[in-house]
Design a protein. Structure first.
Length: 266
């Protein structure tokens, strides 16, 4: 494992890329309404990243370890889709929950963030799942400080998800991010407190728990990318990119439209 400690110059570049990523999620929010297709949301985000922000969408043609190249500029995961949903021509309908995940590259550095969007009027259960996943993400973030261990993050997330009668997806995790899209370390969203590598100032990684209303098991779709819950239960995910500072953390993917840490989390 090779966890890169970022230089002050790199941290400044990451602040910009991450802010731009969050800005894309702010920009697209008013377009997420019943009837719009995820393909249209992809087109809008692509144009915004490329033409307005001068960024490169990292997901477009992204092809890790022999995967088929990812064909779009954002990921859109609806309802029981966990992650890596491919935008297409199916319109969103009233009551859907949608994750949009964006990763613009600016000056060679990646900003990676995702949020849940409620389409029209959403059921109480679906809303609750989105809230639990949001709280899971922030409980993980709140553990970040020099001297803490990666397992502290995963443990906080898992405990809260399971206490809430939900489950945490095991096959996908947070990750170091910088000049590379997916760098070391892997940031598991479950595990034992006190385990794993120690956090050090100038590390940058994502925390992006995927929380299922039902069981944790996943199924891979034939398109090679879309991941769904095996039991077809709803799934929700939020993602921030986080810097370890000298004293605690700095969330890099904040913007005016991003909701902050819930008050009850220390
Ligand atoms: N943005 C996702 C993450 O948070 C990765 C998407 S890879 C893709 O790590 F190819 F599916 F777009
Ligand atoms: Co990520
Ligand atoms: Co992402």
């Amino acid at each position: 494992m090779n966890i890169i400690l970022k230089t002050p110059e790199e941290i400044e570049k990451m602040r910009l890329s991450c802010r731009l990523a969050a800005d894309v999620l702010d920009y697209i929010a008013p377009f997420v309404v019943p009837g719009v297709t995820t393909g249209e949301l992809d087109r809008l985000c692509h144009e915004y990243m490329v033409d307005v922000q001068g960024c490169i969408p990292a997901t477009l043609n992204y092809a890790p370890r022999g995967c088929t190249p990812y064909p779009k500029s954002i990921c859109t995961s609806i309802n029981h889709q966990i992650c890596h949903g491919i935008p297409g021509d199916k319109p969103l309908k009233n009551g859907d929950i949608l994750n949009i995940d964006v990763t613009p590259i600016k000056n060679g550095y990646h900003g990676d963030t995702s949020r849940m969007y409620l389409v029209g009027e959403v059921s109480i259960q679906a809303k609750r799942l989105c809230e639990i996943a949001f709280e899971c993400m922030w409980l993980g973030i709140a553990k970040v400080r020099p001297g803490a261990r990666l397992g502290d993050i995963g443990n906080a997330i898992q405990r809260y998800a399971e206490k809430s009668a939900c489950s945490v997806v095991r096959e996908f995790c947070g990750h170091g991010v910088g000049a590379g899209f997916h760098e070391d370390p892997q940031v598991l969203h479950y595990g034992m407190a006190g385990s794993g590598p120690e956090l050090k100032p100038r590390m940058i990684f994502t925390i992006e728990p995927m929380v299922n209303a039902g069981k944790a098991a996943i199924r891979q779709m034939a398109d090679g990318w879309t991941v769904v819950t095996k039991d077809h239960s709803l799934s929700a995910q939020w993602e921030h990119t986080v810097l370890v500072t000298e004293t605690a953390y700095e969330v890099l993917t904040l913007s005016p439209g991003a909701r902050g840490k819930p008050d009850w989390i220390a």
